[in-house]
Design a protein around this ligand. Structure first.
Ligand SMILES: [Zn+2]
Length: 275
């Protein structure tokens, strides 16, 4: 959260020294849409990211909540850093009195990977933050966000889950559900979170998954498991997930994810790096 204001201050000081002519190169460009304010190296990238962000916000909210999200009172800031590699992102939220008060997103990587993987992932976090008005259990927040990513990324996490199970057996679900801090085995954690989220959504649909999370956070996970999935407790659910995983990890859902649904014709990142 502290990065943004600091960058701005440095920018202002440089402006005085170097003059206005150099500003566009130092500050990049920005684009504003109804719900997003994007800072990126070029106006084209800023506009493209803003367009995709609005599209994903609408599409992912419809998938999960059955309707679009109302416009946010303040736009979500997105800062884009172009690098040659895989995409990654982080979104920080401020919550208060059961509401999401502010949010800020940073994304970096190749533009085509940002658009197909990191952006739909982070947008899913923003939809859950708005819907729940507070932080979600990590495994579900990450797992459900991964479900929005493109096929390539989902296959990678399928593999992380398989590797984790082969290596250590993974977390018992009763334990996974209560993990609050990211554990050291981050890939295993993302892999299992993804696989369990996929299992629960395929078994009972998205509304049930959300109701399960709400109940689990408020009461306890055994009771929520019983109420929403009909298993006696998380141990029974754990057993069911493991048998499902043996088969399902080799097949992908036929429904395209939000990240699959757009044909991404992104500009080569090298066009921008040279600036
Ligand atoms: Zn995430």
């Amino acid at each position: 959260m502290g990065i943004h204001p600091r960058t701005r201050r440095v920018g202002l000081r440089l402006r005085v020294v170097l003059g206005l002519a150099l500003l566009p190169m130092l500050m990049g460009a920005s684009a504003r849409s109804t719900n997003f304010e994007v800072e990126a190296p070029t106006p084209e990238i800023a506009q493209q990211v803003a367009r995709y962000a609005e599209h994903y916000r609408d599409e992912i909210a419809r998938r999960w909540l059955g309707e679009p999200l109302p416009d946010w009172p303040r736009p979500c800031a997105i800062r884009i850093k172009m690098t040659g590699g895989e995409a990654g992102g982080v979104t920080s939220f401020g919550f208060g009195r059961g509401k999401m008060l502010d949010q800020e997103m940073s994304l970096e990587g190749r533009l085509d990977r940002i658009l197909a993987s990191a952006l739909p992932h982070e947008i899913t976090h923003t939809i859950f933050a708005s819907y729940f008005g507070g932080p979600l259990p990590r495994w579900a927040d990450e797992g459900a966000s991964l479900l929005s990513e493109d096929r390539r990324e989902r296959l990678r996490h399928e593999q992380f889950a398989a590797d984790l199970l082969a290596r250590s057996g993974g977390w018992a679900l009763g334990e996974l559900f209560t993990i609050e801090e990211y554990p050291q085995d981050l890939m295993g954690f993302y892999g299992q979170g993804y696989s369990v989220s996929r299992f629960l959504v395929e078994m009972g649909g998205r509304p049930r998954f959300l109701a399960f999370l709400r109940d689990g956070m408020k009461h306890n996970w055994d009771a929520a498991t019983r109420a929403h999935y009909g298993f006696t407790n998380t141990r029974e659910l754990d057993r069911a997930w493991r048998s499902w995983h043996l088969v399902a990890s080799r097949t992908m859902p036929t429904e395209p994810s939000p990240g699959d649904a757009l044909v991404v014709r992104a500009q080569s990142p090298h066009d921008h790096d040279s600036r």
